[in-house]
Design a protein around this ligand. Sequence first.
Ligand code: DGL
Length: 273
Amino acid sequence: MSEQAIGVFDSGLGGLTAVKELIKVLPQENIVYFGDTARVPYGTRSRETIKKYARQDTDFLLSKGVKMIIAACGTVSSNASELTNTLPVPYTGVIVPTVAAAVNATRNGKIGVIGTSATVNSNAYKNEILNRNNRIQVYQQDCPLFVSLVENNFISPEDEIVKLVVERYLSEMKQAGIDTLILGCTHFPIIAKAVSNYLGRNVALIDSGRETALYAAHILGENHLLNHTNTIGSCRYYVSDTVESFRNTAEIFLGKSVDGEVSHISIEQVALS
Ligand code: DGL
């Protein structure tokens, strides 16, 4: 049982930032990753569509016999929370662990949240923060251009375009004096340095992938599902667009070259079967 893989999915390849963290926290675990590269982005879509896609993505992972499912995607986690109750294996999105870390980190009670438009419009992060502590002031901003910047490899903190977009999106939060910022999208850890340079070192950046990897370890432990073998786990990747497009972009998110088999699947056909 414990050697079964952990299933991780995302709208595309951004979720590999969470896989990178998962490998650090649980190096012995096997991972099956599904990136819905043919239908990315999810962040501009309606809640109904996001829920439908999330269901298809999780059905695919279940067909691979995974022992747990992680939605690495901020947009799915914010808009399809009912997955928590409907899956036959333990499940987590990024909201609960990320908010727990942010509420723990803030000293002045001012937390910023950035994500896709669908994430920010759902208020999922904000509601979870206020559930834990209703005296916290929450400042939200959708940052769709951050996704495009990262996907087009505009990631250097010295790049003038990156600096400009960071300032445009975050100036209000900076003025408001947040001391904690939730990076509520898979792509944002890649430009964390630029964000930190702008907001200053006193603002704690909370990486949803990192917090979710730590939380997943906790859930697996609780459910006696940890893999206790001494060997390094393997990663198996599936994408709904071409394998070539995966290889080109995956390295940005994974921080290293991809080792592990990559296959194309037709997610619509999986949904029909
Ligand atoms: N993976 C998405 C997220 O974390 C970003 C890309 C998209 O819009 O699908 O919200």
